[in-house]
Structures are given as structure tokens and as C-alpha cells.
Design a binder for this molecule. Sequence first.
Ligand code: 0CN
Ligand code: SF4
Length: 371
Amino acid sequence: MSDTAQQTGTAQQIPNQRTIGAPVVSLAMPRLRRETGRLKDRPVDGAKKVLLAAPRGYCAGVDRAVVAVEKALDRYGAPVYVRKQIVHNVHVVKTLEKMGAIFVDEVDEVPEGANVVFSAHGVSPAVVGAAEERGLHAIDATCPLVTKVHREAVRFAKQDMEILLIGHTGHEEVEGTSGEAPDHITIVNSPDDVDTLEVRDPERLVWLSQTTLSVDETMETVRRLRERFPKLQDPPSDDICYATQNRQVAIKKIAPQADLVIVVGSSNSSNSVRLKEVALEYGAKAAFRVDFASEVRQEWLEGVRTVGVTSGASVPEVLVQELLDDLADAGYSDVEATVTAEEDLVFSLPKELRQDANGKRDERALGGRVR
Ligand code: 0CN
Ligand code: SF4
């Protein structure tokens, strides 16, 4: 795993994808300036400035998952059921609910025979089986980069390796990946977990990870694992995805110059929460995560000259633009982009949605409404 910005991560290894010329998240998105006057322009020593991270916001897997729900609603009409939050963002979920999506925790809450979308974080084979048993029409919006980790888990389990899955217990992605080979997978939550870890055979160990972790913390966990188990094998390629890595690289560049970093993202969004932690580790004097601009408090801006702004991979750009509007009210109208990578990865739609009602190939349309 490198600390330099990646263009498209593991793009070449993922089937059913294509790239287009334009970045997934456009920096030049036109917007109407909205003034709320909530935040006041208080004087500070020197010029006020915003450093805006790029890349930020929607990744290819989130874009695909959100478009999948919209397409399913267009094609089948409301309601369309979605197992768990399609992505971990309050605004996205609420907006899709208004359009007719119904979010459920488990497939047994979905009426027999109805349409159900599996979220970007993936599902275990047990969930796929339960949906089949209920006669549901399942649309699998699992990010292809999560599916890649599932495949690695299956492959290593077949070789009778013990898999140390670095990730957060209870996170949907970790539950889905563990479900591929429950007898072969042990979850490692943090570097401190390593000391008490018990393994079957230290000669037959491989580590894999959740896609949305801190790169640095994961490397520390691996370092400690290897200290205890020198024969530990590495995964065939990075499991922490290109989007997670790129967003961390961008905020690492901004953080040392920032008196304050504001990360837009929801509290259950692992990659968003990691951005706040990384900002603090790399020298931001303060950092906060907000779902909406309206949560920013005047006192956070006291004496602040430079504000760093970024957003997690599940965050629509409109929420960042609203934050920039509020910051402009407070005198932070000079916005400078810090660009550490260009992203142009786009995944094709889930196979269940690739053909239109007449059996013709339905090219995915970028421009999901929840942006
Ligand atoms: O915020 P997300 O929905 O998910 P986590 O960061 O909590 O994993 O972002 C999309 C990521 C995926 C899969
Ligand atoms: Fe896929 Fe990474 Fe986005 Fe998750 S954060 S949906 S793994 S591209």
C-alpha cells in the first residue's frame, strides 16, 4: 500500500468497468450561492482561506449503488426495498426514501417476491440464500472492490489458510466478507488486538482488510501481526480501495496547514470518520465531522485562518457546496483546491439492471440525482 495518490487503484483487475474522460466528482460543478447568514464574519489575524481537498466525495462504487436504486425505482416503480443503508450517508438515504425506497435491516422484512437491492458494502452468502428462499428479486449493488475481497477470502479458505480480516466488528462489509468463510476468518479490529490473538497454525496465515480503513493504522496492525507471525502472507493486491486511499492522501497534504478541518460525512461512514482522524494525526489543529453545514458552530471558527474541507466517499457534492456557502458567509470565500489525484473510474451497473425493459443493453447514466 503506497502513500502516494493513485489514479484508479486496482482498476485493471476489476471486470465490468469502464472509464470515461470526466472525473466522477466534478470540481467545476455550477451552483447557486445560498446565504444563510448563520455564521458571522469575525476578524482573524491574516487572510481567511479554504483548502478544498480533491479527490473527495462520491467514489465509483457509491455512484453505482445510488444509481442502481434510482434505476430500480424507474424500472419497477416504488417501493423498492434496500437491505441496510445503500451507502452510509443520512442525506442519500433520506432522499432515496422520498423517491420510494424502503430501507430494511434484513431480507425477512421484505414482502415475498418484491425487489430488493443489496447495499454497496456487500452481503454474505447466507443473505443471498435468504433472499432466494423468499423469492425476492435481488439487485446486487455490492461495490466490485468489496466483491474482490470476498473472492480473496473464498480462495484462501479453499487453500485452508486462516484469514486475519483487519476491520471493524459489526460493520456490514466485515459481516459480509466474514460470511464467505466463517470458519477460516478471524477479525482483527486494531493494532492492540494483535497481542491477544490466537491462531490455529502460524505457518498458514494471510491478512485481508475492510476497504475503508486508515492506511497507516492498517499498516501498523500488519507490522505487529508480522512481528508475532513472521510467515504471515500479504493479500494479492490492496484491499483498502483507491477512493479511501486517495481521500486520505489529499487530507494529509492539507492538514499541516489547517487551523481547522471539516469533514462532511455520516457518523457510521468508516471512511469519513477515518478522514477526521487522519487530519488530526497529520497536524490539523482541530477537526470535526458533520453531516450537514448547519452543524458547523461559530466557535469552531474562532481565530481560524485556514479551513481544510473534504468529504467521505458516500457524500454527495451538494453537501460540500452548502458548507462552502456557509464558510463564505463567515469570510472564507477564497477557496483553493488541493488536488492530489484525478479519478475517472466508473463501474457498470449491477448485471440485473444492465438490460432495459426490451432486453436492450441499458448503458449506465452518470448523474444520479442524489449528488
Ligand atoms: O460511507 P460508506 O457507505 O461506507 P464505509 O466507509 O462505512 O465503509 O462509503 C462507501 C464505501 C463502501 C463499501
Ligand atoms: Fe467501493 Fe471503495 Fe467506494 Fe467502498 S469506498 S464503494 S470499496 S470504491
